[in-house]
Write a new protein. Structure first.
Length: 201
């Protein structure tokens, strides 16, 4: 009888674990990679500017963001530190490297938040209309992220999975907007050991 009770407990524990994992995996994969086009309005000219790059994410709080065009930059963050690197304009010279940039973890923290899925929670409220999900952050969490809200557009209203995202618009506290259009987005199995680390040398 005792063995049966233990087995039953393990069975239900496994169901809870799988359920929580399914909730996270059903929306934000634990690890994913993307190619994107980023658009934002210039505060100087008011014109829409764009660039292309890649990003890799691993839960929790690990992100590698590489802008390829028009100006190459690499931004890496993990749970303890971040790095911002701008390659030199002239080959052979030193690039610009900054560590622990204030507010640099917005993207990683944003994706961490989305592990809660498309349902209301302590961090944000969600409104889904067809292929668009509007996320409104709580005052406290919005202050941490520096964001008021985010809008997520999917390729189809019948498939609201994270990997079916078409684009995301982030609306900051100062009303600035950044749009990320996904050219490619897919979950991945693993990253190299030091993928989310940048040497200071």
């Amino acid at each position: 009888m005792r063995v049966a009770v233990v087995c039953l407990f393990i069975f239900f524990l496994g169901m809870i674990w799988n359920s929580e994992g399914a909730t996270r995996e059903s929306f934000v994969p634990k690890k994913f990679s993307a190619k994107f086009t980023q658009q934002y309005k210039s505060q100087v000219s008011g014109k829409i500017k764009s660039g292309n790059g890649t990003l890799d994410y691993e839960f929790p709080s690990k992100l590698r963001f590489e802008m390829i065009k028009p100006d190459p930059i690499i931004f890496i963050t993990n749970m303890t530190q971040n790095w911002y690197y701008r390659p030199p304009f002239i080959e052979g010279e030193k690039g610009e490297l900054k560590r622990n940039v204030k507010g640099g973890n917005v993207f990683a923290d944003f994706f961490d938040s989305l592990s809660e899925g498309l349902k209301d929670n302590d961090y944000y409220k969600v409104k889904v209309v067809k292929d668009k999900a509007t996320i409104t952050f709580s005052d406290a969490h919005g202050a941490e992220l520096g964001l008021n809200s985010a809008m997520l557009w999917f390729k189809s209203s019948k498939n609201l999975r994270f990997t079916n995202l078409k684009e995301i618009t982030l609306i900051y506290k100062d009303e600035r907007e950044t749009k990320i259009i996904f050219d490619k987005l897919a979950s991945t199995k693993s990253f190299a050991k030091n993928h989310f680390y940048l040497s200071d040398k």
